[in-house]
Design a protein around this ligand. Structure first.
Ligand SMILES: [Zn+2]
Length: 76
C-alpha cells in the first residue's frame, strides 16, 4: 500500500453533464474557482472529473474569468 495513492473515490460523472448545463459561465466565479487549485491552476481532467467537452469549455471560461479578474491567475 503506497500512502501517496489515496483511495479517493473520484466522481465518474462530469459535473456539467449531470446538472445538464451546456454552457460554463465565466461570470460564475465560484463555479470556475471550484475547478481550480488554491494556486489558481485549472485542474486536469482526471482531477476535475469533467468530460472532454466540458473540460474544454471550462478552460476557456477560466481564462476569460482570469482576464476579467474574477479568479486569480496565481496567488502569492
Ligand atoms: Zn460534461
Amino acid at each position: 500500500m503506497r500512502p501517496q495513492q489515496q483511495q479517493q473515490q473520484e466522481q465518474k460523472q462530469c459535473h456539467f453533464c449531470t446538472t445538464n448545463r451546456d454552457v460554463v459561465d465565466y461570470k460564475d466565479a465560484d463555479l470556475v474557482r471550484r475547478f481550480m487549485s488554491s494556486q489558481g491552476k485549472i485542474y486536469p481532467r482526471h482531477k476535475s472529473g469533467l468530460c472532454a467537452f466540458h473540460q474544454r469549455r471550462l478552460a476557456i471560461a477560466a481564462k476569460r474569468a482570469r482576464y476579467l479578474a474574477l479568479v486569480p491567475y496565481t496567488t502569492r
